[in-house]
Each structure stands twice: as structure tokens, then as C-alpha cells.
Design a protein around this ligand. Structure first.
Ligand code: AMP
Length: 506
């Protein structure tokens, strides 16, 4: 039966014995093994009662099995719902009650801590180990390596990815088979991915960047990847080097922190990058200084692109032609992009700053169970309001100048201040707080909190940190906490975060 996304992958699959994925120790998985593993897992999901349209949540460390289970969901017509491994059980509880998945697949050693929230949401836990153990692993191992794919059309949902909400509630972005497929076809073409490519994959797989941009590109070009458990600059250098009998990387996709960390390595030289054809950066702004230093050291101009969970990729610097630092390039083929007046929605001429709006087959189907929120983020003519502020320069390059939503991006991960503020404000002795991002040479931005205490109350930064630790993922915890008598406000009563950033940025 026809399955929009998976059919495109199968049609482009290379020689089945070709390596799909290799780990740094040289362990390889062929395309044949990957495709049959996805069939085994699809059979296992069906055996667990997963039906087309059911959500399958997953909180699991990065491993090849993660990718097999993603593909199994696509093949079985289920909706894949990956969760950041940093989320606390309390946070996972919210996603389970909101998305009502049929099952949650989690690491064996995570199961006990998730038991209570899963029971409360009436969601069955299915374990999977990092090696050859766990309920789902056992079920897949005992299942056949063929699967009759479930019929899925272009508009059927393939995944829900939660983005944090400015109002404190996370929103589930619904992504269809064609949202993913159309964008991947464009990227493969635009970035010239071919079967000879070997992508160095060091991104997390629960996020759109590592899951869709990176993995789907390789699945659609019939290439291979070197799969690293997480980012490590020495391991990236190793993956770029000539190693007998092992794959050598040709492309890297990363967040800006990858590139600043690589620049700290003496081994990053032109010779080390001899086999590389492309370095891509996205998810947060790449400093012009990093672009310049990288090009000087390696001879490669990093290609910066811009996208978001809701829209997949929107713009990219060109493959041929100038890759200009501080810009995110041109709208991708098929993507319409305009800069509009944030209040009226009227399109602005080139050079003027406004809110970036996009429309195209890449744009998501709306927020899960939030029709009103969805409606409020689309214009009447179908353009999605990204919330990013930017302009189009006189050469047609898009520049992002700020984030309308005060989003903090630390190490490529998004933190919405409101969510952290709500937790701090709930602590006894706290009047209110403002959470801001401060420049950080390593992470791009670091989370900082400015807190107003009740008179005479002595709650200190350690006490606040300790109280937040069990409630928020580590990457959201403030690295610095400042105390003030009152927060600066404008005449409309809005907290002036720009003033706080200036005061504490130094
Ligand atoms: P996410 O949904 O986690 O992928 O985050 C999307 C947000 O990251 C966008 O709305 C932008 O604010 C930001 N972003 C992504 N790529 C870039 C980039 N190249 N430069 C600046 N900001 C970016």
C-alpha cells in the first residue's frame, strides 16, 4: 500500500549492502539491516495494539534503534512523538496527558521514574535498552523482517514535536508526511546530497534538526552516516579523518556551539577537512566571527540555514554563490517568505525589520488540540507567523535580527523564559522574576534569572536552584541568579528585558 514518506525512502534506497550507519568503533548497519529492523519494530508496534493515527511517545537516549522506531512509526501509520531526554518525569507527564499516546517507549533505566506519570495518563510504558534488551527490543527481535506498510497520504500526520510555549504550555506541532518529505527533497537537491555522502551525525535525535534535517536527508539521498552518541569535538575530528576500513565524513550539520568548540581544537586544519564538502549550521544564530575564523582555519564557508520545528527549513545560504555571515540566505524553492508589520500583517519593503512569515508545503498542520492558537498564528492568506524578527536585504538574503518571543537558545536548545519564570515565581518568598539569555562564548546564550524577593526573605541562589532542579530539564536551569528590589518596567507595565540584558550582559 502506498505510504507517502516511506515510499520515497524505499524508492531512493541504494544497494542494500551499503552501509547506512556506522559508529566510531567501526560497527556498521547496512541499508538492508536498517530496513528490516524498521519492519520488525513496525510489527512489534502493531503487536502492542498501535493503530494508524495513534501517537507513540518516546523518551530514549540516542541509538540506532531510535531511528528504527521512528521509521517503524512511519510504516505503521503511527504518529511519532519524540521527547527531549532532559525532560523530568513531571514534564513528561504533561506531554502524555496532552497527546494521549498509546504507548511511551523509554530506556530501561527510565521506566521506574516514569511509572507514576504514565499510570496517571493511562499510557503503557514499553522499555527498550541501549543494547539488546527491553520489552520492545524483544518483541522486535521475535518479529518478521517484512512489513506491509500502512497506507498513508501526503496530509496524514507523521510526527508531533513539542515546542515550548510562551504562555507556559508546550504546543505539539503536527507534521504531515509531506511536510517532511517535501522539505527533505528540497534540501537534498539544494545542498547537493548524493549517495556518496557520509554525514557526521552528532545532533540529538529528539529535535527537528537531528531527526528530520539530518536523518531524513541521508534517508532520501541513499547515503551513509557516522553516528555519534553526542557532540564531541575530538570525535568529529576523528570522523573526518582517514581511518582504514571505516567511513570518512563528507558533511556535518551542527548548531553554532559545534563550530565554536571545533575551533578550540588544534587539530582543526585544512588537511583535517580535506574530505569534507559541506559544513551546515542552524538552530541558533552563528556569529560572523565564528564564520570568519572557521573559513580562515579550514577554507570552508559554513552554510547557515534557518528553520523551526513548525516549518522545517525555510531559508538557506546558497551552495554555489556567497554564503554570507550573519544571514540565513534565501527562501528555499517552494517556500514563500515575507517580512510583515507585526501588528497589521502588511508586507514591508526590503530592508525593513518586521516579523518573518512563511508559507509552503513545509509548514505544519497546526498545534495538537489547539485550534484557536493555530488560527491565531496564521494569516488569512495562509502565511504562518514565525515569531522571528528579521529583514530581507537588498541582495535578497534574509537576516534574523531578534526573536519576537524572547526565546533563549542555549547550545542550540530553546528555552522559553515564561516557563522558567513560572516555576521560580511559585517558590515561597519570591515575588516575581524575569528570565533572560545572556551572551555565553560556549553556549551562545546562558539562562539567567533576575528575582525579586519578599521583604525580609532570605531565599538565596542555591535554594532556588535546588528547588528548580527536580522540576525543569537541566538545560533550562538558570546558570546565574541575580536579586533586585524591583524589575524595570515601561509605561505599559511590561518588564524591560532589554534593560536587564544590558545590565547583566557584562
Ligand atoms: P526550533 O523550533 O527548536 O528549531 O527553534 C526554532 C527557532 O530557532 C527559530 O524560530 C529561530 O528563532 C531560531 N533559529 C533557527 N535557525 C536560526 C538561525 N540560523 N539563526 C538565528 N536563529 C535561528
Amino acid at each position: 500500500m502506498s505510504n507517502h514518506l516511506f515510499d520515497l525512502i524505499s524508492a531512493r534506497a541504494p544497494d542494500p549492502e551499503k552501509i547506512f550507519l556506522q559508529t566510531l568503533d567501526g560497527h556498521s548497519i547496512s541499508w538492508r539491516q536498517m530496513l528490516s529492523a524498521s519492519a520488525r519494530y513496525a510489527n512489534a508496534l502493531v503487536g502492542l495494539g498501535v493503530e494508524p493515527g495513534d501517537r507513540v511517545a518516546m523518551q530514549m537516549e540516542k541509538s540506532p534503534a531510535f531511528l528504527f522506531i521512528y521509521l517503524a512509526c512511519v510504516r505503521a501509520g503511527a504518529i511519532f512523538l519524540p521527547l527531549n531526554t532532559g525532560y523530568t518525569p513531571r514534564e513528561v507527564g504533561y506531554f502524555l496527558s496532552d497527546a494521549q499516546p498509546k504507548i511511551i517507549v523509554c530506556d530501561n533505566d527510565r521506566a521506574d521514574s516514569l511509572r507514576a506519570v504514565a499510570e496517571k495518563a493511562d499510557v503503557r510504558i514499553v522499555t527498550h535498552g541501549q543494547g539488546q534488551e527491553g520489552e520492545l527490543y524483544d518483541r522486535a527481535a521475535a518479529s518478521p523482517g517484512q512489513f506491509a506498510n500502512t497506507a498513508r497520504g501526503a496530509d496524514d500526520l507523521a510526527a508531533i514535536l513539542y515546542t515550548s510555549g510562551t504562555t507556559g504550555r508546550s504546543k505539539g506541532a503536527m507534521l504531515s508526511h509531506d511536510n517532511l518529505a517535501s522539505n527533505t527533497l528540497t534540501l537534498v537537491d539544494y545542498w547537493r546530497f548524493t549517495p556518496s555522502d557520509v554525514l557526521i551525525h552528532a545532533l540529538p535525535v529528539y529535535h527537528t534538526h537531528g531527526l528530520f534535517v539530518a536523518t531524513n536527508t541521508i534517508l532520501f539521498c541513499g547515503g551513509s552516516m557516522i553516528f555519534l552518541p553526542k557532540f564531541s569535538a575530538p570525535q568529529i575530528l576523528d570522523a573526518m579523518s582517514e581511518r582504514p576500513g571505516r567511513l570518512r565524513g563528507t558533511a556535518l550539520m551542527g548548531v553554532p556551539t559545534f563550530y565554536t568548540r571545533l575551533l578550540d581544537e588544534e587539530g582543526l586544519t585544512r588537511e583535517a577537512c580535506a574530505q569534507m564538502r559541506l559544513f551546515i549550521s542552524g538552530s541558533a544564530p552563528l556569529l560572523a566571527e565564528t564564520h570568519r575564523a572557521f573559513s580562515e582555519r579550514t577554507g570552508h564557508a559554513i552554510l547557515e540555514r534557518y528553520g523551526m520545528t513548525e516549518t522545517n527549513m525555510n531559508t538557506s545560504n546558497p551552495y554555489d554563490g556567497d554564503r554570507i555571515a550573519g544571514t540565513v540566505g534565501f527562501p528555499l524553492p517552494g517556500v514563500a517568505l515575507r517580512v510583515a508589520d507585526p501588528e497589521t500583517g502588511a508586507p514591508l519593503p526590503n530592508g525593513e525589520i518586521g516579523i518573518i512569515e512563511v508559507k509552503g508545503p513545509n509548514v505544519f498542520k497546526g498545534y495538537w488540540l489547539m485550534p484557536e492558537k493555530t488560527a491565531s498564528e496564521f494569516r488569512a492568506d495562509g502565511f504562518f507567523v514565525t515569531g522571528d524578527l528579521g529583514l530581507i536585504d537588498n541582495r535578497g538574503y534574509v537576516r534574523i535580527v531578534g526573536r519576537g518571543k524572547d526565546l533563549i537558545i542555549s547550545g542550540g536548545l530553546n528555552i522559553y523564559p515564561k516557563e522558567v519564570e513560572t516555576e521560580i515565581d511559585s517558590l515561597p518568598g519570591v515575588v516575581e522574576s524575569a528570565v533572560i539569555g545572556l551572551p555565553d562564548p560556549d553556549f551562545g546564550e546562558a539562562v539567567a534569572a533576575v528575582v525579586v524577593r519578599e521583604k525580609g526573605v532570605q531565599i538565596d541562589d542555591t535554594a532556588i536552584h535546588d528547588a528548580l532542579a527536580p522540576r525543569l530539564a537541566r538545560f533550562k536551569l538558570p546558570k546565574k541568579i541575580f536579586f533586585v528590589e524591583e524589575l524595570p518596567r515601561n509605561t505599559m507595565g511590561k518588564v524591560q528585558k532589554n534593560v536587564l540584558r544590558d545590565t547583566y550582559g557584562a
